[in-house]
Design a protein around this ligand. Structure first.
Ligand SMILES: [Zn+2]
Length: 141
């Protein structure tokens, strides 16, 4: 635990669950990058009446659909260790009063925090969780 941290973070029960959070975050980020790309190529294709670009934008749109489905399946299994709500899935549950959004999305904020800072704050219960496996204390000092 790094010094200066005011409160201890929660941890995840196993490495496979840590990986699951990372994969769900990556897929969410991929979706956020692919949707504008698909729209941009579609606009380009329409403006220039470019058949190849139409096919490419259709291909990207197909990838977006596949990524969305896989992300949905994995995200529903990324449960916050505290409130057991899937933090990376779209839920209509009420959010914590301190929960903040990024570009209008709670999930995007959680995903970026997991990928770049190694921890996240659950938007539902407001508790912080580190991307680390909780270990049983072996020694008592
Ligand atoms: Zn929670």
């Amino acid at each position: 635990m790094p010094c200066g941290l005011a409160y201890p973070m929660h941890r995840l029960p196993s490495q496979s669950i840590v990986n699951r959070f990372r994969v769900a975050s990556l897929l969410l980020l991929a979706k956020w990058l692919l949707v504008p790309t698909a729209l941009a190529t579609l606009v380009w294709a329409v403006l220039h009446r470019d058949k190849l670009m139409t096919v490419i934008s259709g291909g990207i749109a197909l990838v977006v659909i596949i990524v969305t489905i896989i992300q949905w399946i994995i995200a529903n299994r990324t449960r916050c260790p505290l409130c057991l709500t899937p933090s990376l899935a779209k839920k209509n549950c009420s959010k914590h009063r301190n929960a903040r959004r990024l570009l209008g999305s709670y999930r995007l904020r959680v995903a970026l925090s997991i990928l770049f800072r190694g921890h996240f704050r659950c938007p539902y219960c407001g508790e912080p969780t580190a991307m680390e496996v909780s270990e049983r204390r072996r020694h008592h000092h």
